[in-house]
Ligand binder design. Sequence first.
Ligand SMILES: *Cc1c(COP(=O)(O)O)cnc(C)c1O
Length: 430
Amino acid sequence: MTQDPRRRVPRTDAVLADPRVVTALGTHSRERVKAAVVAAQQRARSGEIEPERVVDETLAGLPSRASSLTPVLNATGVVIHTNLGRASLSPRAIEAVVDAAGYVDVEMDLGTGQRSRRGAQALAALRSAVPDAGDALVVNNGAAALVLATTALAAGREVVVSRGEMVEIGDGFRLPDLVASTGARLREVGTTNRTHLRDYVDAIGPDTGCILKVHPSNFRVEGFTRSVGVAELADLGVPVVEDIGSGLLAPDAALPDEPDATTSLRRGAHLVTASGDKLLGGPQAGLVLGRADLAERLRRHPLARAVRVDKLTLAALEATLTGPPTPTAQALHASPDDLRARTERLAEALGRQVVPVDGRVGGGGAPGVPLDGHAVEIPADLVPGLRRPSGDVPAVVARVDGGRGLVDLRCIPPEADEDLLLALREALAG
Ligand SMILES: *Cc1c(COP(=O)(O)O)cnc(C)c1O
């Protein structure tokens, strides 16, 4: 008579003592390993697996990654893809993050052992990248930079904004709501399509905290329009804050309409706010650049502590600013010929067609600027499956457009082309 297999299911203690499981305890919490053991025992009891396979099943049930965030190959052609974590950090920035993960001298002068200005090196890098700025500040993200600026300069007073710049940026993030949440009052001037200098002049008075200019990053008003640039607003006697959004520090010839911090400051903005993880290609951060006395008011405001950045961000930001071109810059400036050659190689290896496509900057940047590119066409119904990684096959996020699946190589580093080929082969093989 054969023994009931359920009685051969190993006990939890025995599984936990298995050398391979002991090794796994070096990388997973005891609770997580126990849960995997219990699940494996359950499958053995129900007859789904042989009792001898409980250890294998336990190990298979443990995630291979330290976090459940899954790295993906961004084949969408959208360079700053908010749902994919915006900018991909440069290898140099990744190295800096790893170095900063332990104890570091983020707020200590190792020479004297005394406390130093937090993140001084990252701030110095930012200031040398934008010599026109009298001072710089780094906070948690672009929205926090805006909140801190309007709070410190205008809480209980008025923030003057053109009606043409009352924008919703994405995911329900509305500028008017954000400013209202700071306790400042919005003083709207002009109309949706036209705002004149006299609209600002009429609105300014003793109650004005600052003028806010916002780059309407994700849309354009065309036709009968008029807006007032910072140059005209700079001498009205109140601080002018310009939110440029995407974080270019200096002009980029490939994105002629995209604002940048240097130009904005030269034109007269007193403070510029921007994101770190859009076109700058760095970590999530909010940058504030401009007049030293205003930056100091922001730094001294109690809210500054609540929007402070961590050491990992400071490390990544400094490495981004002082390192080679970022993956974001490489994707934006990718040579059309190179892209085409890589796309053709991939298509040929798969026996698929190459089609012309427009890539996009994304992240609210340069809405009107299509990036000339090419993609490998695949059946649209394969796109969902490509997003699921398995074994050595990475997750690939492709795009569906006009009923076609499109695999765009713009945001894929060339060294990942082999991985991409592998993933597409598997998907096409069904
Ligand atoms: C993206 C953006 C923001 C918000 O920045 P986050 O870094 O996402 O907080 C604010 N203003 C403009 C104009 C933007 O484009």
